[in-house]
Design a protein. Structure first.
Length: 63
């Protein structure tokens, strides 16, 4: 499945992306995914590789 910007939903607010608790949120998300059998990706507007959110999602799903 390929994601487009129209199909992406997210929780949170971009202005808080570098908040003090981002590490805790990522750990909770990974824990939830592990226990539920679902997927979790903490995507960024641009990641360290320069990928946007759509690219990060497509890479994550195809892995």
């Amino acid at each position: 499945m390929k994601f487009t910007e129209e199909k992406i939903q997210f929780a949170g607010n971009i202005e808080f992306a570098e908040s003090y608790d981002e590490g805790e949120k990522e750990l909770i998300g990974k824990f939830w995914a592990d226990k539920s059998g679902n997927l979790f990706l903490m995507a960024w507007k641009k990641d360290n590789s320069g990928q946007n959110i759509v690219q990060q999602l497509n890479q994550f799903i195809s892995a």
